[in-house]
Design a protein around this ligand. Structure first.
Ligand code: ADP
Ligand code: MG
Length: 307
């Protein structure tokens, strides 16, 4: 099976949607953007052994590759529209590709994203790069830089589940399917983010851990923050499987949750479901953590590829 057959058989499935004048099969895709909107462009690469264990199911790898880009779209408050896929495979295995494309289109179709092109190559390490384009009303993108003193700090969903799930996977303990599922198939908060448009003053998605990512938001906004650690939203699954100290470590420093962290005036957020207030924006540039009012040290230990 050469790459042209792989493309025709597995990837040319939904590239004829609204907004796609020419999809897969030419030298480039021709897209019809909404002329009243601004475009948001994101890209994310997943490398086997770095971003997911080598043994991960191909459907989950593909789902995740799309979901992490959708999460960036959510963090920008954008509507995802089109994506391209650069895939490096060590060999072309039909059942692997079938599983991979099942997960890929499951995620893409759930959010109305068309796969309009890509590149397929052979190489030593399985590498999946998805690039995605979305649209947002002019001036309405959610940036990292708008947090103001007087805003409160919020997160969506629960924190720490994905990192706990990854740890269970690495230990070979497969019993907590809920936590492992939260690592393998994160839920991008595209809908919640859209309802935060005009309400949130700044936003970031939590890919490297709450502390690391909140620090990026605060730095971009030129403000500090105060986080009440006992307020961090924790799932029942996390609480029943780990002690309080491990729960807090996962929630503060664990990556891969793909929840959103955002700032807003509290009153503006009262009608929005699935969000929890965890602290407030302060003057200065420090991020302070507290447990029941007492200051506890936080470290800036987000994941880094290069030290
Ligand atoms: P070119 O040589 O002009 O770059 P290719 O032969 O690499 O084109 O690709 C042929 C067509 O298939 C193009 O439309 C390209 O975007 C698409 N394509 C290649 N690989 C993938 C993939 N993994 N997923 C989706 N589309 C792909
Ligand atoms: Mg060409």
């Amino acid at each position: 099976m050469d790459e042209f057959e792989i493309i025709r058989r597995f990837f040319d499935r939904n590239s004829h949607e609204v907004g796609v004048a020419t999809g897969i099969g030419d030298d480039g895709a021709v897209l019809q953007p909404d002329s009243t909107k601004q475009q948001v462009q994101v890209i994310d690469t997943l490398v086997a052994g770095v971003h997911f264990p080598e043994s991960t199911n191909p459907a989950d790898i593909a789902f995740r590759a799309v979901a992490v880009n959708l999460s960036d779209m959510a963090a920008m408050g954008a509507i995802p529209r089109w994506m391209t896929l650069a895939l490096t495979l060590s060999n072309a295995d039909v059942s692997w590709l079938e599983d991979f494309t099942t997960g890929l289109f499951e995620a893409a179709n759930a959010y109305g994203v068309a796969l309009v092109g890509g590149d397929t190559t052979r190489g030593p390490v399985l590498t999946v790069t998805v690039s995605m384009t979305g649209e947002v009303e002019e001036g309405a993108a959610l940036l990292r830089s708008g947090a103001k003193v007087g805003d409160e700090i919020f997160v969506t969903g629960n924190l720490g589940d994905a990192a706990a799930g990854l740890e269970l996977l690495q230990r070979g303990e497969q019993d907590s399917t809920e936590l492992i599922g939260r690592f393998l198939r994160p839920t991008p908060r595209v809908g919640t983010a859209r309802s935060l448009s005009g309400t949130a003053t700044a936003a970031i998605d939590i890919s490297d851990g709450l502390v690391g990512d909140l620090l990026k938001l605060l730095a971009a906004s030129g403000v500090g923050g105060d986080v009440e650690i006992e307020k961090l939203p924790l799932s029942d699954a996390l609480q029943s499987r780990f002690d309080v100290s491990a729960q807090r470590q996962f929630a503060l420093y664990g990556g891969d949750d793909y929840e959103l962290c955002f700032t807003a005036k509290s009153a503006d957020v009262s009608g929005i479901d699935g969000v929890t207030r965890i602290g407030r924006v302060t003057e200065g540039s420090e991020l302070v953590g507290r447990i029941n009012g007492d200051i506890v040290p936080l470290s800036d230990s987000g994941y880094r590829h290069f030290q």
